[in-house]
Design a binder for this molecule. Structure first.
Ligand code: G
Ligand code: MN
Length: 396
């Protein structure tokens, strides 16, 4: 390949922008600047090859600075049309490793153009930076100036949770490997849900990267991502057009809202069924002499209900009454709780006892007993004038 210096001198570097969309604001929230080169024949040179070539020549800093300059100049045009638009720029990790006070990323260009620092988001790949102190100094410096900070590719490689308190990101970009095919992957759904929840709790926005299908966009949004970026909305291009995405954002929001409604409907249905079961069980239990043998007297009742994994009874002192009734095959390491076990740590026990409704339905989780996805319905019932909580695990 020809040298980076030649490519720079012959102005064969250019910037593509990929839109980042806000699902709630229903607008183009920002654009990520992505560097491209072209060879003399006009074929595209991807950024990885440009930077690899620059590394061979020891010209990384030169290429990096030129890329940023081009990005800002091109962004200037978009920003003048829409002063709220943010520019996301990728920061090469060596720039962070080599960070010193004399090291200015923007060389006064932003000030000359009048673009506020707050319109710029620095994307950093935390896991590529060895020197934690430098990382901290870098983030503190630019955050202090008013720049936004995004953690790029969160969730892959060695990128991890431990440096969140150092970087204090404004935006967490969830890597595409977690987003791809998310509608079929229960575990990825839980990871993304958790990252989104954590983001919200630490004052960051969660962004789903690399969304390639409507389903991926819908599920990421449903799980809590407020920002979405990917080929399904737009490929990187020289002129991202805001109005083209409104329809797609609309579609995603409406599908994701449908999922919320559908889940609610299913849960209400399950509550009704669970309540009927509890009523039937109470009737059967009211007539038993020795309550700790209740297990032996409910076969007729539960026969009518499908999808039950387990049933257990807890008394007013949070102790289990009788055995756990298991209706699924259990995994080898699983031991059901025994008669007399202290179950006061179970959140749903307290919820059912203390809530006005007198019942509680947990979210879905994978049962330790069966390995199936299930949820627990806990309901307060009165047996012989004493408070009890009846718990039923349902397969989902
Ligand atoms: O590492 P970083 O997240 O900055 O990488 C951005 C790269 O991801 C860009 O090169 C961009 O072209 C690419 N990209 C953007 N959207 C998608 C997508 O939906 N699918 C895939 N596979 N790549 C994408
Ligand atoms: Mn990036």
């Amino acid at each position: 390949m020809e040298t980076i210096r030649t490519i720079i001198e012959e102005n064969r570097l250019y910037i593509h922008f990929q839109p980042i969309l806000s699902m709630r604001g229903r607008v183009m929230f920002g654009v990520e600047a992505l560097l491209r080169g072209s060879d003399r024949e006009g074929s595209t040179i991807p950024p990885i090859r440009l930077f690899a070539q620059a590394a061979e020549e020891g010209a990384e800093a030169l290429l990096d600075a030129r890329a940023r300059q081009l990005a800002i100049e091109a962004f200037y045009v978009l920003w003048r049309e829409n002063p709220k638009l943010l520019l996301f720029v990728n920061i090469e990790s060596q720039m962070i490793e080599g960070f010193g006070a004399e090291n200015y990323l923007f060389d006064g260009l932003l000030r000359r153009l009048g673009i506020p620092y707050g319109n710029i988001v620095l994307e950093i790949k935390e896991d590529e930076v060895e020197n934690t102190r430098r990382l901290q100094e870098f983030c503190t410096h630019y955050r202090g100036l008013g720049f936004g900070i995004a953690l790029d590719d969160f969730g892959i490689g060695r990128s991890s949770f431990d440096r969140l308190s150092i970087v204090r990101p404004d935006i967490i970009k969830i890597d595409r490997s977690l987003v791809s095919g998310i509608e079929h992957d229960y575990i990825h759904q839980e990871i993304v849900r958790t990252i989104c929840k954590m983001s919200a709790n630490i004052g960051a926005l969660a962004l789903a990267e690399g969304v390639e299908t409507l389903d991926e966009a819908v599920h990421s949004t449903y799980l809590g991502a407020t920002l979405v970026q990917g080929f399904w909305f737009a490929r990187p291009s020289q002129e991202p057009l805001s109005h083209e995405y409104a329809k797609k954002v609309e579609q995603v929001m409406s599908r994701s809202h449908q999922i919320v409604i559908e889940k609610h409907r299913q849960r209400e249905h399950l509550r009704l069924e669970a309540d009927n079961l509890c009523n039937d069980l109470k009737e059967a239990l009211d007539n038993i002499e020795n309550l700790s043998e209740w297990n032996a007297h409910v076969d007729d009742v539960i026969e009518k209900y499908s999808d039950i994994e387990a049933i257990y009874l807890i008394n007013a002192h949070a102790r289990q009454v009788g055995q756990t009734l298991m209706r699924c095959t259990t995994r080898v390491f699983f031991e059901p709780t025994e008669e007399g076990s202290d179950l006061s740590y179970k959140d749903y026990y307290t919820q059912a006892r203390e809530s006005i409704r007198g019942s509680h339905l947990t979210g879905n989780y994978v049962s330790l007993a069966s390995g199936n996805i299930c949820c627990t319905y806990a309901r307060k019932i009165d047996l012989r004038g004493e408070l009890h909580v009846l718990c039923v695990d349902f397969m989902r």
